[in-house]
Write a protein that binds this ligand. Sequence first.
Ligand code: FAD
Length: 388
Amino acid sequence: LGLSSRIVEEFTPALDSFRSFVDRELRPLAAQTCRPGCDKIPDDVRQYVRFRSAELGFYAADYPSEVGGQDMPLTAKVLLQDYAETSGCALAPVALCNAEGPSALLLSGTPEQRERYLRPLVQAEITRCLALTEVDGGSDAFNLRTRANVAGSGWEISGHKAFVSNADKADIALVYADTELPDGERAPAVFIVSMTSPKVSIGQRYDGLSGEPVFELVLNGVEVGLEHLVGGRAVLGKGVQAGLTSLARGRLLVAGMCNGMAARALALGIEFARDRVSMGTRISQHQHVQEHVVATRVALESARMMTFAAARRFDAGQDTFEYAAMAKLVASEGAVTAVNRMFQVHAGSAWIKGSPLESLYRQVRATTIIEGTSEVQKIIVAHAMGLG
Ligand SMILES: Cc1cc2nc3c(=O)[nH]c(=O)nc-3n(C[C@H](O)[C@H](O)[C@H](O)COP(=O)(O)OP(=O)(O)OC[C@H]3O[C@@H](n4cnc5c(N)ncnc54)[C@H](O)[C@@H]3O)c2cc1C
């Protein structure tokens, strides 16, 4: 791993232990249950892997022990996320919590909310979805059209959400809404909404490039009390501060995932280039091929350094919003380019359905869009520099 290995050394025990779980349990299970290159992992296998990973303490290791986690530093979790993708085992990324798992938003929940919702999420006993994006507003995320209006001692929520991952299986939804405060003012807030409420329905399903679909979510006058407002009375009128911290955390985990995808692509490219012969020599001897490989290695090393440095800031309790944006920008754009370059090195054989690069090519594309597009990350950096 070159330069990054100095940072990695500190977390070697955690990484070795996760690696051994992947080798001992997940690779054999993947061989039995997942077709090579196929990203449709059976639901029961996913659930088993999450549950087993939670039991061993990996799934939501970065959450506090007070709610069933391991108090693992985010830097270490970022490293596990990186390894999960680098490993090439289809079930390894499933073993770490994602869009279905605990949300850092709930860390700012009341003690009752942490116990009732966060703990079972950390233990993989329930799943959730996050309903922020709306049909008319993706990047303009906090210009919310979903409204929570005062009704009795609580609120009535109505709105139409889009691109909601895991909506079909989730037990609860974390719903962002423009919220009426008791004094008549409005501010964004997050509510915990039961997916079994008769006033919540799943709308259109969209199948994307990768195996996981997204859904529209329709809220039609869902009534909720104060106990469903994340953070309770204390957060009323405070806007989305908890949301911003949780976005930085989520972006660093995505950056780790992206670095792992780039590393996996690079390994596949090097392996192929060393074997494949063209014009009388191995293609690894051709400088144009070396250019693809070397540029990818350098970009990956830079992205890893930025990601680890930002994660370290996060663990030290420093403001990370700008650094997480830069790391996510560099790691996701780097991963898309890495996979594209290694696809080119493999050429025709990468294009065949079921080849590892064909699958990576489809998986990686969403990374410059989820958790804020690359353009949104640039806006954050520009603002942090006093521009705009
Ligand atoms: C696989 C996947 C899973 C997702 N899961 C979820 C989920 O679980 N929950 C959820 O709430 N959302 C989810 N999303 C939605 C995701 O967060 C949005 O797609 C993303 O925020 C971008 O919004 P948009 O697609 O509407 O693009 P738009 O906001 O319409 O942007 C279109 C283009 O314009 C650019 N742009 C927009 N505004 C500006 C600006 N001010 N300056 C410069 N450029 C700008 C964007 O960067 C982009 O290139 C998911 C998306 C995908 C692809």
